[in-house]
Design a protein around this ligand. Structure first.
Ligand SMILES: Nc1nc2c(ncn2[C@@H]2O[C@H](COP(=O)(O)OP(=O)(O)OP(=O)(O)O)[C@@H](O)[C@H]2O)c(=O)[nH]1
Ligand SMILES: [Mg+2]
Length: 124
């Protein structure tokens, strides 16, 4: 099952995944201070009981945001991470998570009540 994690750069997507790795203890995970901006995207595998997840951690940097929409169709769930402490860019994130194309190059998933997409507010 593919899970897509998107959101603005520096919103904490990779940090959340690193914490999940530490909890699962599946393999050595980087400490928060070791997390660097993602180039393109990273792929990680997780399992819980009989369920296996393939997590696509997408870069939020402007030049890589066009990669998000290439993965929407195959994603079983989409998580849009927002840094709730980044008040200046909350409106940019809002435009992005509602879908469509924004001037900032965010091609967000269309979120509706029947959509698997979910919003995650991450506070720094
Ligand atoms: N203090 C604090 N810092 C955090 C927390 N989560 C992430 N950070 C820091 O925020 C910065 C950005 O985190 P990333 O996880 O790289 O953000 P990202 O969304 O993956 O960014 P891109 O890969 O560029 O899209 C890093 O320096 C992290 O150490 C948190 O809960 N608390
Ligand atoms: Mg990242």
């Amino acid at each position: 099952m593919n899970i897509l994690i998107v959101g603005l750069d520096n919103s904490g997507k990779t940090s959340i995944i690193e914490k999940m790795k530490m909890q699962g203890n599946s393999r050595k995970a980087g400490a928060a201070s070791e997390v660097t901006p993602t180039v393109g995207f990273n792929v990680d595998e997780f399992s819980k009981g009989s369920l296996s997840f393939t997590v696509f951690d997408m870069s939020g940097a402007g030049r890589y945001r066009n990669l998000w929409e290439q993965h929407y169709r195959e994603a079983k769930a989409i998580i849009f991470v927002v840094d709730s402490a980044d008040k200046l860019r909350l409106c940019v994130a809002k435009a992005g998570h509602r879908g469509g194309r924004s001037p900032q190059g965010i091609h967000g998933p269309r979120i509706s009540s029947s959509s698997p997409a979910r919003l995650c507010a991450h506070s720094l």
